[in-house]
Ligand binder design. Sequence first.
Ligand code: SF4
Length: 223
Amino acid sequence: MRSEADLLPLSGLQHLVFCERQAGLMLVEQIWEDNVFTVQGTLRHRNVHEESPRRERRGDLIIVRGLPLRSLELGVSGVADVVEFHRTDDATGVMLTGCDGRWQPFPVEYKRGRPKIHRADEVQLCAQAICIEDMLGTRIDKGALYYGQPRRRTEVAMDDSLRELTWAAARRLHELVSGGITPPAIPKKECRACSLVEICLPSAVQRQRVEPYLDRIAEDEEW
Ligand code: SF4
């Protein structure tokens, strides 16, 4: 169990699973650079959070946008794009102020681009689910990632392997931050989409080694 002062940004888990060095640069060295991908992501999140109302009911569905999240056990805090609450007869459903019956939370995270081969987005979603479980005393078996290409949801099961990956990422993120550790750069194809590539790989020696590698990767390759 961690204290409020020890909480780290939930989004840091996504960065860490994508690249440990990226998480270190952002959270240990406090470096942030935008590129076209981060700007698209920010605009997408802004659109979600600025939709109104923040809480909307459509029959047996309640939609909450911009829900603050926190888990002292996981040691993270953040904001959920969307949490849907579906009416349920299941005892794991939660009670909501002003609404009768029980409701099953279902987190939805909005992402630019296509579904990825790495699990960074799934880990971020799972961390949101764990936060909601801690806050509301419930159990969440699934959520969804909504990608811009194609514009549809991908359902994500909060199974044991994803939960273990998420807990491991949270432990590692705290290890990096508390130890002031920024892991070394390991050039990979994902570097092409990384907003920190110019800062991460600054030396001429590294550039000579990395740039031909990066140039071999197609310009339009999604990470
Ligand atoms: S440029 Fe590559 S190694 Fe450096 S932070 Fe980005 S993804 Fe990680």
